[in-house]
Design a protein. Structure first.
Ligand SMILES: [Ca+2]
Length: 465
């Protein structure tokens, strides 16, 4: 058994095991720091922010079936068990994904993706935490999706809520073995080899969930749950939290690793294609990034950095190879190939990336059980926004308070029909025209200057929250 059926992966574990880079600065401006000194995890495969409390995190230990909440208590990091699930412990199986309902603060609903023991299924189920939100309530879980599987490998497993639509997305593997023997990737009547999208807040007839009306096969031609298809093993993928782009790494077979921008109804080629190679029927979407097996043999999908609008990496996607530890920054160029920057190698063989609530980037060490923050002046989150009370000087321009994504106040346009939006340091962040329905994307909570074009008067003060 090998991770993701890739040759050489077990060798890489030994390769990584002898290396200790905890806290070692890497070349360039990037270093990897042990995020939880003194705390190790057993086969971690997921890291993310816990939605109820600041500076509190969630880690999945795949073969223990444990979802852990990590918080600081006094001088120590403490692990609390949100839930322990009985799981299959085959190499690529276990507890693979977790997603908190967008309204978790109120309804305490969360979702896990896992493979149960002694059988072969890929399951996504809804669970409910107790009143504290820190511990499973013990209420019987509601199974949403249960897919029969023939092989222990290629189970995808990541689940996440779309930041724009609030639907639950699930990336499934092609089922396994090698070269997709059952042709699941291109079969729109199969749930394997797909990105699925469901509405957990309602139920269509005969289903435990709703089918979003604009899913490509909602009205026929295939399974209604399908969002996109033609993937082999999208082990790790994530949403850009600002614009909703879905970046997925699809682990390759014998030749090519790839990153795709997954779009509604898209066909990403597998198994007719592997990366940009193979037979394209003219309707298959090419990857935005790919590399052959002289470079690496198993890609780990990462995250988009949105921690600081002033950073050169704002909106940049980070990804790495588990075996060769090569690490890249990708800048999107529409649907075309991304611009690639080589970065210092990852500190160990990583199973996943993650972010915290401030947008800081983390790497999850699969075999050494260490979680690293990826540190750099260019990857530092913007200063935290705190509530302050102040009064503008008499005669100063007016101030406006707008919710992120909200409609600009018409009064802002009293001096000009077009406003530049600037940070407090004078960095231009975007523009706003009279009649625009909403503020520009990417304005994190904070204070901004709204300066009229062509105007000489003082700017208005804009509070975005
Ligand atoms: Ca499988």
């Amino acid at each position: 058994m090998r991770y993701f059926s890739r040759p050489g992966v077990l060798a890489s574990a030994a390769f990584a095991a002898g290396i200790s880079l905890l806290g070692c600065p890497a070349s360039g401006d990037i270093s990897f720091q042990d995020a939880f000194p003194g705390t190790r995890f057993d086969r971690p495969v997921y890291f993310g922010a816990f939605p109820l409390k600041e500076k509190t995190y969630v880690v999945l230990e795949s073969h223990q079936g444990l979802a852990l909440i990590i918080s600081r208590q006094g001088n120590a990091w403490v692990k609390d068990t949100l839930v322990k699930i009985d799981v299959h412990q085959a190499n690529e199986m276990g507890l693979l994904g977790i997603a908190f309902h967008p309204d978790y603060k109120n309804n305490h609903k969360y979702y896990v993706s896992y493979d149960p023991p002694d059988t072969l299924y890929n399951i996504v189920e809804e669970r409910i935490a107790d009143a504290s939100g820190m511990k499973d309530s013990g209420t019987k879980p509601r199974i949403l999706i249960k897919i029969a599987d023939k092989y222990e490998n290629h189970n995808g497993g990541t689940i996440a809520f779309g930041p724009k639509d609030g639907f639950l997305y699930y990336g499934t593997g092609d089922g396994g073995s090698g070269n997709d023997p059952d042709g699941n990737g291109q079969n729109t009547n199969a749930l394997l080899g797909k990105f699925l999208r469901i509405d957990v807040d309602r139920k269509d007839a005969g289903l435990e969930y709703g089918i979003p009306a604009d899913n490509p096969f909602a009205k026929g031609g295939g399974r209604g749950e399908i969002f996109a298809y033609g993937v082999r093993n999208p082990w790790k993928w994530s949403f850009d939290p600002v614009n909703g782009d879905l970046w997925a790494a699809d682990v390759g077979q014998d030749h090519v690793e790839e990153v795709d921008l997954i779009t509604l109804g898209g066909n990403f080629g597998w198994s007719a294609m592997e990366g940009p190679g193979g037979v394209n029927n003219g309707k298959m979407t090419l990857p935005v990034f790919s590399y052959d097996h002289t470079v690496g043999t198993c890609i780990i999908g990462g995250v988009v950095f949105r921690g600081n609008p002033a950073s050169k990496y704002y909106g940049t996607y980070f990804t790495a190879d588990i075996n060769t530890r090569k690490f890249w920054a990708l800048k999107k160029n529409g649907a075309g190939p991304a611009t690639v920057e080589d970065l210092p190698p990852a500190p160990t063989n990583i199973s996943s990336f993650g972010t915290d609530a401030e947008g800081r980037i983390y790497m999850v060490g699969m075999d050494n059980g260490t979680i690293y923050s990826v540190d750099s002046p260019d990857l530092s989150p913007a200063a935290a926004v705190r509530s302050v009370t102040f009064q503008l000087p008499k005669g100063y321009a007016r101030s406006f308070t707008v919710a992120r994504g909200g409609r600009p106040d018409a009064g802002m346009f009293r001096l000009a029909a077009r406003l530049g939006i600037f940070g407090m340091e004078g960095n231009r962040l975007g523009a706003l025209d009279q009649g625009d329905a909403r503020l520009p994307d990417g304005l994190v909570p904070g204070f901004y200057l709204a300066r009229p074009y062509g105007g000489t008067s003082l700017p208005d003060l804009l509070l975005v929250r």
